[in-house]
Design a protein. Structure first.
Length: 214
């Protein structure tokens, strides 16, 4: 894997627009975390003088859209800072729509040193196959790729999606469209050093939510 696989579609300039349920989907006897509070959303709104206004809110109400249409709420490439890093029971929910004729989409969990703790890279046509590549980029080197899936490729061009990424002390767990997809063991053990989530390439992004499961 080349570093361009992670950086393709990501600009050099800084881009900092901002930003479920308490049950992990798709597994027998899925753990339930009762009393999960409404997710806290962090959003940056453009200011006419060039500054950003920060809005912290528990719920976001969206205006209805015509059937079959989705209004992108977040610009892509997207980056969100995680001031406390990631931690056990942090749940990140990403919603959007895959573009038509998509080549790939990318979600990266990155450190201040530009290492990638988790590179999640669904590819729609790699030598005629649909694959989901997972890897880490540490010390300017890619590690071994993980490609094995026990479920069908879940993304469809032109269709909406929901990705849930649950951080635990040992791994990232990923669910797509309310079905458990895969787990990725941490290769960077200092979870507090993982300070950014980046989303880019061939998708329209509707929203990103952060919540802590109880």
């Amino acid at each position: 894997m080349d570093v361009s696989d992670a950086l393709d579609g990501w600009p050099n300039s800084n881009n900092n627009p901002a930003g479920g349920s308490g049950q992990w989907p798709g597994q027998p006897n899925a753990p339930v975390w009762p009393g999960t509070p409404a997710p806290l959303q962090i959003r940056l709104h453009p200011h006419p003088e060039g500054r950003n206004q920060v809005c912290l809110c528990q719920q976001v109400s969206l205006l209805p859209t015509p059937p079959g249409q989705e209004i992108p709420l977040e610009a892509v490439p997207y980056q969100e800072t995680l001031p406390s890093g990631v931690f056990d029971k942090l749940l990140i929910t990403i919603t959007g729509t895959i573009k038509m004729n998509a080549n790939k989409i990318t979600v990266d969990m990155a450190t201040n040193r530009s290492d990638l703790a988790f590179h999640f890279n669904p590819r729609f046509n790699e030598c005629g196959k649909k694959v989901i590549v997972r890897n880490s980029f540490i010390g300017q080197k890619w590690g071994p790729e993980e490609r094995q899936l026990d479920s069908p490729f879940p993304f469809v061009e032109g269709k909406p999606f929901e990705i849930k990424i649950l951080c635990t002390n040992n791994e990232f767990r990923v669910a797509v469209n309310n079905a458990h997809l895969l787990a990725y063991q941490h290769r960077i053990r200092d979870l507090r050093s993982i300070k950014y989530i980046r989303i880019h390439n061939d998708l329209s992004l509707s929203g990103v939510k952060f919540e802590t499961l109880q």
